[in-house]
Design a protein around this ligand. Structure first.
Ligand code: ADP
Ligand code: ASP
Ligand code: MG
Length: 403
């Protein structure tokens, strides 16, 4: 078998753990597999580098940021390769560029455009263990790019797709995908399987156990994806096609996203095209808009509320200010003390009342719902951040996910 194994930050968090990873890779090789390893930076390392840059500038150039942040993954890839060589293996460490990962020009959240796997394939053919620095690629200008936070997951899935690997294993600090973040609800249960679509919703709605773009790519390329822990041999969770799951539960999981901010625009001029103008400008500024609510005010204006990731708030403010200056918006306010809790499950397609039960759970816990959004397989609610954990545990109970 050809297996891609990705080890996250905690799994390579110190030198002993890197040795532990080397031992695990060695076991897979001894079982007769070809192994390509993808590594993250040591845990905390990427944040540390961000902090270093912020010491010098509030707004460092994205090109320099990418060169800086990609360094963390190079450290672990080289150290792991050295550890494997010391154990007698022919290992070779590669940057994203050498692994053939070509991206678009969007620094700090680049998209993979293609992978030219020939260098990796030649190394595998020679019997080498390929160790790739995750989270990075090279753009058409020859500059290093990074793939957005958590992007090593995407590196692993994309490489598995390009190499037609039999399996892509994501090793992390929990033993699989749980019904909710086990750090918030200790009663959370590990799922044996979950569909790509449900996992994509959970990841997009805040479950950072897998980066959402990696799940999207896994679905597109039909990659056999397993999430498991690097600290034991416990079985993980298979992320797979919906038809491979015999009995889909009504609700599969609860996700929490603390990283959201709410923007309220008051006294917005009520004219055709205003929403189009505002949201197109936001899109041009790469602001990721999520929930949107529009209400008519008493006068001839409207109010528009929407949510964005906290990281996009400054860019959004700039856009909004332009409309305020032009007199098209009277007043704007911003609230970062909110969060989004979501209930996800493909069973919602064929059952009614799931949303109503979610709202009752909030009511019973005296939590006010600020915004609501639904899709075929999810119900999301924006609430005050201080109720985040209460809401997650309440919903987990309501749908009896611990059973
Ligand atoms: P890595 O550094 O290995 O990439 P991450 O920290 O990115 O690991 O992701 C693992 C974390 O995701 C877990 O420690 C857990 O707290 C969190 N998490 C959130 N939601 C879930 C979930 N539904 N199932 C499992 N883990 C989850
Ligand atoms: N080191 C990067 C991050 O912290 C990428 C990753 O770990 O997947 O976001
Ligand atoms: Mg991660």
């Amino acid at each position: 078998m050809l297996i891609v194994q990705k080890f996250g930050g905690t799994s390579v968090g110190d030198l002993e753990r890197i040795q532990n990873v080397a031992n695990r890779v060695s076991r897979s090789v001894k079982e007769g597999n070809d192994v390509v390893v993808v590594v993250s930076a040591m845990s905390g390392e990427t944040n540390k580098l961000v902090g270093y840059a912020e010491h010098f500038s509030k707004n460092p150039s994205v090109q320099e940021m990418d060169m800086l942040l990609s360094a963390g993954e190079r450290v672990t890839a080289s150290l792991l390769s050295i550890a494997l060589q010391e154990m007698g293996y022919d290992a070779t460490a590669m940057t994203g560029r050498k692994a053939g990962i070509v991206t678009d020009l969007h620094h700090t959240k680049a998209r993979i455009e293609k992978i030219d796997p020939i260098t990796m394939q030649e190394a595998i053919k020679k019997g080498q263990i390929v160790v790739v620095a995750g989270f990075q690629g090279v753009n058409g200008d020859g500059d290093v790019t990074t793939l957005g936070r958590g992007g090593s997951d995407l590196s692993a899935v994309a490489i598995a797709g390009a190499l037609h690997a039999d399996l892509c294993e994501i090793y992390t600090d929990v033993s699989g995908i749980y019904t909710t973040d086990p750090r918030i609800e200790p009663k959370a249960k590990k799922l044996a399987k979950i569909s790509y679509d449900e996992m994509l919703e959970l990841a997009s709605l805040g479950a950072k156990v897998l980066q959402n773009r990696s799940v999207e790519m896994a679905k597109k390329l039909n990659v056999n994806l397993v999430t498991r822990t690097s600290f034991s041999d416990e079985e993980g969770t298979l992320i797979t096609k919906e038809e491979n799951i015999m009995e889909a539960p009504l609700v599969s999981g609860i996700a929490l996203d603390r990283n959201q901010a709410r923007i309220s625009l008051m006294g917005v001029k009520d004219r055709p095209g205003i929403a189009s103008d505002i949201f197109n400008k936001l899109a041009d500024a790469e602001v990721n808009v999520d929930m949107i609510i529009q209400n008519k005010a008493h006068d001839s204006t409207t109010n528009i509320d929407f949510t964005v990731p906290v990281g996009d708030l400054q860019d959004a403010k700039k856009v909004v200010n332009g409309f305020v200056e032009d007199g098209e918006i009277n007043d704007d306010s911003y609230n970062e003390d909110i969060c989004k809790v979501s209930v996800v499950g493909v069973g919602m397609r064929s059952h009614t009342g799931v949303a109503a039960r979610a709202f009752s759970t909030m009511a019973n816990n005296n939590i006010n719902i600020n915004m609501i959004a639904t899709s075929e397989i999810k119900v999301s609610m924006v609430i005050d951040e201080k109720y985040a954990e209460l809401a997650v545990r309440g919903l987990h109970d309501t749908y009896e996910l611990d059973k």
